[in-house]
Design a protein around this ligand. Structure first.
Ligand SMILES: Cc1cc2nc3c(=O)[nH]c(=O)nc-3n(C[C@H](O)[C@H](O)[C@H](O)COP(=O)(O)OP(=O)(O)OC[C@H]3O[C@@H](n4cnc5c(N)ncnc54)[C@H](O)[C@@H]3O)c2cc1C
Length: 382
């Protein structure tokens, strides 16, 4: 999508452009046409995972020895951006990517070899379960427990709002293995076939309906002690702090892709739709509004490119990722709202992509850590 004349992202190169063409085609052909069907079914089904796995786009930035494609975070940035550019949020590839990177960064060699190839190929779908009915923002207050019993952990508790929850084959569970506070938290890998694991309701949402978002229950769910991420308990909070900036950067990139799509759809529409005998684009208000929106989207793009460059060179820090997350998702919600206005009544009809983008966007300010929490994190760094 060539949105800005004479602007190109510095982190893109010839190899990434070729990859982008493959990824864009995948989303255009295998994902976009399924939008309404998946929203209705509240899930994607497994086919799309396998197809994405065959193309190497689930873990494009994981070494080949673990089944990945041996690329860099720039490859994942391309995947996220292309997904947003077709308006999709149903295919939970970002979550499998996130879980894969927890394992790559902190897992033991045996955990990497056991889990990563299946995630990369799309055979294994993953979730990460942090949020509980009683706590989301305050992660240190989680109550789900994993108690050591010989060479096993016994997991008990409830989680909610878990993406990929109905389809996942394993869940990276944030659980308390020790005392109150950060040092008592561990990440435990739980296969969903384990007795004592139960999926709850697939939740009814106002947007991104095709992404299955679920409750989960653990009742004496017993897993081998080897399933603690990294093999040592008490590291969970530090592991989360290490990976959450990547999740936040990814959300920011998806916000960027969505804004670019909203602007492109709107430009097409205002040139076609007529009122008072002229195209809507010929009203000065339309041109001023769209000039403003285009400037905002370009400013977001340059910010986003800066974040991607930092991610690629390994210098993305927590404050920058939080800034990008809150700022780009706030802009996403505003930009889509302003774009929708030009569609008049049609903008309120779900049949029109801009209407679905409007309801899909809202959650971006909530998950991955609410935007207020992101401002808090940035505030601490001032
Ligand atoms: C569609 C969807 C998918 C999700 N996917 C996942 C997933 O895959 N895995 C997962 O673990 N979780 C997931 N979540 C959960 C999400 O991360 C949480 O909803 C989010 O972190 C907020 O937690 P909460 O809902 O408990 O809100 P609360 O923590 O109760 O906060 C409510 C509001 O209070 C305000 N607030 C809270 N603390 C502060 C503070 N310190 N300063 C200022 N204001 C504050 C904020 O406005 C916040 O939005 C998902 C949620 C949704 C809706």
């Amino acid at each position: 999508m060539q949105m800005f004349e004479n602007y190109s992202s510095h982190w893109m190169d010839g190899d990434l452009e070729q990859f982008e063409a493959v990824v864009a085609r995948f989303f255009r052909e295998q994902v976009e046409p399924n939008d309404l069907k998946w929203r209705e079914a509240k899930r994607t089904g497994r086919d799309v995972w396998r197809k994405a796995g065959e193309l190497g786009i689930i873990l494009p930035d994981v070494p080949e020895q673990y089944g990945g494609s041996g690329g860099t975070p720039a490859h994942m940035a391309v995947v996220i951006r292309e997904q947003a550019r077709v308006g999709d949020a149903a295919f939970g590839v970002m979550l499998s990517h996130i879980v894969g990177h927890y394992i790559l960064a902190f897992g033991t060699e045996a955990q990497k070899l056991r889990w990563l190839p299946g995630i990369a190929s799309g055979e294994v779908i993953c979730s990460i379960a942090m949020t509980e009915p009683g706590t989301g923002s305050d992660l240190q207050a989680i109550r789900c427990r994993a108690d050591r019993a010989g060479d096993a952990y016994v997991v008990n508790g409830a989680k909610t709002f878990i993406t990929n929850g109905q389809q996942s084959d394993f869940v990276l569970v944030v659980a308390r293995t020790g005392a109150e506070g950060a040092k008592g938290i561990s990440l435990i890998l739980v296969e969903t076939a384990t007795p004592g694991f139960r999926r709850g309701k697939c939740l009814d949402k106002i947007g991104i309906e095709g992404a299955d978002t679920s409750e989960m229950y653990f009742d004496d769910c017993t897993v081998p002690a080897d399933n603690v991420l990294g093999g040592v308990e008490g590291q969970g909070f530090y592991q989360l702090m290490g990976q959450l900036p990547h999740e936040r950067a990814a959300i920011a990139i998806s916000a960027q892709g969505a804004m670019e799509r909203a602007l492109a759809l709107t430009l097409d529409y205002v040139k076609e739709r007529k009122a008072f005998g002229k195209a809507i684009v010929d009203f000065q208000n339309t041109r001023f509004e769209l000039a403003d929106i285009k400037a905002t989207v370009l400013a977001c793009r340059t910010f986003c490119d800066h974040v991607i460059e930092k991610w690629v060179d390994g210098t993305l820090d927590s404050a920058l990722a939080s800034m990008a997350k809150f700022w780009l998702t706030d802009r996403q919600v505003e930009v889509i709202d302003r774009c929708l206005q030009f569609f008049g009544g049609y903008g309120y009809m779900r049949e029109y992509p801009i209407a679905r983008m409007y309801t899909d966007a809202r959650v971006q300010r909530i998950y991955g850590g609410a935007n207020e929490i992101q401002r808090e994190l940035v505030g601490r760094s001032l």
